[in-house]
Structures are given as structure tokens and as C-alpha cells.
Design a protein around this ligand. Structure first.
Ligand SMILES: Cc1cc2nc3c(=O)[nH]c(=O)nc-3n(C[C@H](O)[C@H](O)[C@H](O)COP(=O)(O)OP(=O)(O)OC[C@H]3O[C@@H](n4cnc5c(N)ncnc54)[C@H](O)[C@@H]3O)c2cc1C
Length: 283
């Protein structure tokens, strides 16, 4: 077996989709799935709108993925939910043979509804364990550059540790373009007794305006040199894609060389950018 293959042993590669809202969106996602399935991901996860706004769409997408013979992992956000409603969703997933869940607090759209019976993701993780024992493999979110609402970096680390200790099996990070932030985060939480795998979330770069908007909202830093170069390409989408591919492939290379347990790709329901990174990495 070659050196590259040895490095890849035991690494988990996964993809993330969001539930499409229109028939065209569903067709597009089917096409994306058909292109990405041959890459044999460990699982594909599907996001969940806070307050249950995509509950049926998430379930439908997850069942379609399962029918393709790929493990599917619904996200489940608890903000705005009651214990009863979460219990019901868990039972539907269980009845459909789902064994992995990404457990989140979520963000309530402004002006929409009450906070509900769960305040933070650690309470959801605790509830899932209490209700369903070890049935689900529970993934939680991690923030190497810290969650935007965190009172302080130290609090955020404490809260992450609390969430893992409540029963999480592994974590997926918010996307980042600064590998040092990830490695430092992992060192910090390892020193606090966390030993679960922490898989970097990878956001391909294909659209400058969208990337800056997302990053502003979720607190991910786009390094100045990357933002400046992307901005300078104006409407030249090909140049943005080519540069984005260089930047993200170099990031993944560095993460893999540093021993990450896998990579989780935020595909935004499109196959091309994720496939291009995959091929460059020779996965
Ligand atoms: C991999 C990934 C997938 C995602 N998927 C979705 C999705 O499908 N749907 C969706 O709506 N959103 C999704 N998000 C976004 C996520 O819901 C938001 O980032 C949300 O603001 C925080 O969710 P969390 O589960 O990390 O929250 P938490 O872990 O609860 O943390 C939220 C904030 O509260 C603080 N905190 C945590 N616990 C406590 C406590 N006990 N006391 C005081 N403060 C505390 C934390 O420091 C942090 O600032 C995803 C994010 C990631 C990284």
C-alpha cells in the first residue's frame, strides 16, 4: 500500500446537504448525490431548520440518501422545541434505522417563536442519551474560532467540553481557513479531557459575496489576503473558483498532514467544488 493510502487509513470523509425546498432543488440534489456517492463518504448529513422549519424536508432527504445505501445523519436543532416534539422526531429517526445525529442548539430566526424547552446543545445531547441510550452516534458542533455569541473563548471551550461530556461521540467544526486555530482548539480541549474525534468542517470557496456574508454571520474568519484576492476577481467566477480551490486544497493538505480524523465538506448541495478538492487531494 502506498504512503498516501496509509495516511488516508481510518479517516472519515463526510458531506453535508441542506433539504431542498422546490422540485428543481430536489432534482439538483439528486444529481449532486449521484456525483458524490462514488466517493464513498462515511455518511451524508442533512441540516435542520431551527424550530423544526425543515423537519419533513430533512427526513425526506435523509431517507433518500439511505435508499442509496449511504449512511444518513439528520441534524437536529433544539431551539424553539419542546421535549415532546424532540422525542417524536427521535422516534421517527429510530423507526427508520437512523443511527447518527448531529445535535445542535440552532439559531431561531429573529421574531420567530419562543426559545422552547432547551437552551443549549448540551441539554439536547443529554436528552437524546436519556431517551435513547446508545442508539445514536451523536455529533456536535465545535468552533475553533469561537462561537460568535460566546461570552469569552474560555467559556466557549468550557461549554464545548460540557456538551461532549453530556454524551457526544464526535464533533464537526464550523468552517475555518486558519489551520492553526483548529490545532490550538484541539490541543486546548484535549488538555481539558476531551478525547472524541474533532473533524474539520470544510467550506469550498466558489462565491465571494456569499462567503463573506456567511462568514460574518457565523464568526468564521476569511484571512485578509484571501478576501482581497477574491474581491479583486470581480465577476470572474472561474478565477474565484480556481483560487478558492488552491486555498482550500492547501488547507486540507495541512490538516491531513497534521493528523485530523477526517474532513466534513459543506457542499451547499453542489458537487463540483467538493469533487475538485477531493481529486486534488487524491482521496
Ligand atoms: C457542523 C455544524 C452544523 C450545523 N448545522 C445546523 C443545522 O442543521 N441547523 C441549524 O439551525 N444550525 C446549524 N448550525 C449552526 C448552529 O446551530 C449555530 O452555530 C448555533 O448558534 C449554535 O449551535 P450549537 O449547537 O453549537 O450551540 P451550543 O453548543 O449550545 O452553543 C451556543 C452558544 O451558547 C454558549 N453555551 C453553550 N452551552 C452553554 C451553557 N450551558 N451555558 C451558557 N452558555 C452556553 C456557547 O459558548 C455558544 O456561544 C450548524 C453548525 C455547525 C458547526
Amino acid at each position: 500500500m502506498g504512503g498516501a493510502n496509509l495516511i488516508m487509513q481510518d479517516r472519515h470523509f463526510s458531506f453535508e446537504f441542506f433539504p431542498p425546498k422546490t422540485p428543481e432543488g430536489r432534482d439538483k440534489l439528486r444529481n449532486t448525490r449521484a456525483q458524490l456517492a462514488p466517493l464513498h463518504p462515511r455518511y451524508i448529513s442533512v441540516t435542520f431548520g431551527a424550530g423544526g422549519t425543515t423537519q419533513q424536508g430533512t427526513l425526506d432527504a435523509v431517507l433518500e440518501i439511505q435508499r442509496d445505501g449511504i449512511e444518513a445523519a439528520p441534524h437536529l436543532s433544539c431551539v424553539g422545541s419542546t421535549r415532546d416534539s424532540i422525542r417524536q422526531i427521535l422516534s421517527t429517526y429510530r423507526d427508520n434505522g437512523i443511527r447518527r445525529i448531529v445535535a445542535l442548539r440552532g439559531d431561531m430566526p429573529s421574531g420567530m417563536g419562543e426559545i422552547g424547552e432547551f437552551r443549549y446543545a448540551n441539554e439536547l445531547v443529554e436528552f437524546i442519551r436519556a431517551e435513547t441510550g446508545d442508539w445514536f452516534h451523536i455529533e456536535v458542533a465545535a468552533y475553533p474560532e469561537y462561537h460568535p455569541q460566546a461570552r469569552s473563548p474560555r467559556h466557549d471551550l468550557d461549554n464545548f467540553v460540557r456538551k461532549v461530556k453530556a454524551g457526544a461521540d464526535s464533533a464537526i467544526t464550523q468552517y475555518f481557513y486558519n489551520a492553526d486555530a483548529y490545532f490550538r482548539f484541539v490541543d486546548d480541549v484535549r488538555a481539558m479531557g476531551v478525547d472524541v474525534p474533532i473533524v474539520p468542517g470544510i467550506m469550498p470557496i466558489t462565491n465571494y459575496a456569499q462567503l463573506m456574508r456567511f462568514s460574518e454571520m457565523c464568526g468564521a474568519e476569511v484571512p485578509r489576503w484571501v478576501a482581497k484576492r477574491l474581491e479583486s476577481f470581480g465577476d470572474d467566477r472561474e478565477a474565484i473558483r480556481a483560487f478558492g480551490l488552491d486555498v482550500v486544497t492547501a488547507l486540507c493538505d495541512r490538516l491531513l498532514a497534521g493528523g485530523v480524523p477526517g474532513l466534513h465538506f459543506y457542499t451547499l448541495n453542489a458537487a463540483a467544488a467538493t469533487k475538485a478538492i477531493w481529486q486534488r487531494l487524491k482521496l
